[in-house]
Design a protein around this ligand. Structure first.
Ligand code: PGA
Length: 246
């Protein structure tokens, strides 16, 4: 299975998300390549709309960009796993580097959230990745393996978990797209360390149609987690086609 998905991050209104979902729904039926599993992670405000627009039997999984580890209670500003699932999410993104950098997400809170997601039948999509300094010092593989181990530590039945290797230096407008050779060792290390405990290892960070085939060709990469290049439906469709050709 090749997983190809996008997080909208903090972009798109409900109407824009609905329009995206409707275009994707209409385009995808006839053209979804076999063995490719798309997912879309809108802002929390639009999860319900996107899930409803795609329809219950859509091959596209809908996700949440974050959710809390507690099932409910006095956690102002948060949404719980049951609430995310109630809105239509089937995946929950956890530990993205933007959340680790700006919202005090730690390996410990990521692990609590992985446990909560599994408890509620959501697929945890756990992001790991090293910063530029760690990359330059040759520490990428050790860093991401430690993050992945911490996320899974002590948890049983993690077989639905998806890992996304996302080097911080490769993400976003300020990022530099990674060369396939640069991601090979961290991906191989993740597979060696935890590959038998997860459903797959995705790659993310400045993925675009011009580098997607090469990144998917790195041994051990089971899919792509995409930001900017899939914020238009045409971008996601192009990436689905590329994944289908491999
Ligand atoms: P990008 O974002 O594709 O826009 O670099 C990737 C991510 O943050 O997952």
């Amino acid at each position: 299975m090749r997983w190809i998905g996008t997080s909208f991050k903090m972009t798109k209104t409900i109407a824009e998300s609905a329009a995206y979902a409707a275009r994707l729904r209409d385009a995808i039926g006839p053209r979804l390549p076999a063995g490719v599993r798309p997912f879309v992670i809108p802002p929390a405000t639009a999860i319900e709309t996107v899930a409803r627009t795609l329809g219950a039997d859509s091959p596209v999984l809908v996700g949440a960009q974050n959710a809390h580890w507690a099932d409910g209670g006095a956690w102002t500003g948060e949404i719980s796993m049951p609430q995310a699932a109630d809105a239509g999410a089937r995946i929950v993104e956890l530990g993205h580097s933007e959340r680790r950098a700006h919202f005090a997400e730690t390996d410990a809170t990521v692990r609590l959230k992985v446990a909560a997601a599994l408890r509620h039948g959501l697929i945890p999509l756990v992001c790991v990745g090293e910063d530029a300094g760690t990359f330059a010092a040759g520490g990428s593989a050790d860093h991401v393996v430690a993050q992945a181990r911490a996320a899974l530590d002590g948890l049983a039945d993690t077989g639905s978990v998806l890992l996304a290797y996302e080097p911080v230096w490769a993400i976003g407008d300020a990022g530099r797209p990674a060369e396939p050779a640069e991601i090979a060792a961290p991906v191989a290390a993740l597979r060696d360390a935890v590959g038998d405990r997860v459903a797959g290892v995705l790659y993310g960070g400045s993925v675009a149609p011009d580098n997607a085939a090469a990144l998917l060709g790195v041994p051990g990469v089971d899919g792509l987690f995409v930001g900017r290049a899939a914020w238009r439906v045409s971008g996601l469709l192009a990436l689905l086609d590329i994944a289908g050709e491999r």
